[in-house]
Design a protein around this ligand. Sequence first.
Ligand code: SF4
Length: 360
Amino acid sequence: MQLSALRQRLRALGALPLHEDRILRRWACAQPQAGGRVPLASFLPKPLLAALPGLVEELDGLARVASLHPAADASARLLVALADGQTVETVLLPPERAQAVCVSTQVGCAVGCVFCMTGTGGLLRQMGSAEIVAQVVLARRQLGPAQPLRKVVFMGMGEPAHNLEAVLEAIQLLGTGGGIGHKQLVLSTVGDPRLFERLAALGPGDVKPALALSLHSTRPALREQLLPRAPRIAPAELVAAGERYARASGYPIQYQWTLMAGVNDGDDEIEGIASLLAGKYALMNLIPYNAVPALPYQRPDAERAAEMARRLHRRGVLTKLRHSAGQDVDAGCGQLRARQLPPAAAGAPQPLHWRPLPQG
Ligand code: SF4
């Protein structure tokens, strides 16, 4: 379900814009529709009032928690069942720095990053904007009112740029009635010229998200190997487009670098990152890879990762070493989902998206 279609339905039931906004706001904030001081019957049009219980049930059915997997680091992975039986993963991130949720934007993914085991799974279907927001509603229900959600990162299963209109529609609601600060809405992407064009065209009333760009290598040929079906943008072009957006939006770009031993942890990459990012309005997130049995990639040792971060700092690149949330409960997005599929459907390898989860 798309939010635009939901708004049309509300209008057909006699809703005025303020009614639409109220219903969507209360839903996105996980508040009961009947809450508030004024009884609904005193201001909602009768057809809308009559349809509301069915609508609430439908919204509740968009995404349900199929299973919850708390981790030792206070994060929790949710296997989320959608109305058609498909499942995606949603992650509640550890609360130390920002109470955040990581949401999925597609069922599966077409990009096929080689370290994420997505290749054979591919894209199963797009998610509607309402399904994307529904994951935030689930997160808010899990957290409860005592732990207000402050951040939503679009880094779960799927490539947001491949489902851009739905993602932007979800961002618009979350950044207005949904009560999340615009800078705290972080769209993570491998980069796509159409995405940058679309973001540049956002108007004054549009919510502009912060961007996380998956770089992973400064060598064009290696990046093409690692992200085989990502748009062909050279790393330098990607950084140039990111910098324009950072300056226009006022939010620094978070560059994501899944760090794999012997692949992209060499001195040449340190030099490449320094020459691309020094002086840029940017933050580099180095995320040591979580090894997966079916894939040949390995995590570099902790000292090498720390040394890279130190050297990048010295070269003028603000760098953070990040760790994946919930490493004790299937740290790769898609692992929970793969485990609940029958073997034939699961195939091998499985979609195993894992991108870094920013925690700041
Ligand atoms: S890492 Fe993200 S973009 Fe790459 S295949 Fe996995 S889900 Fe898709």
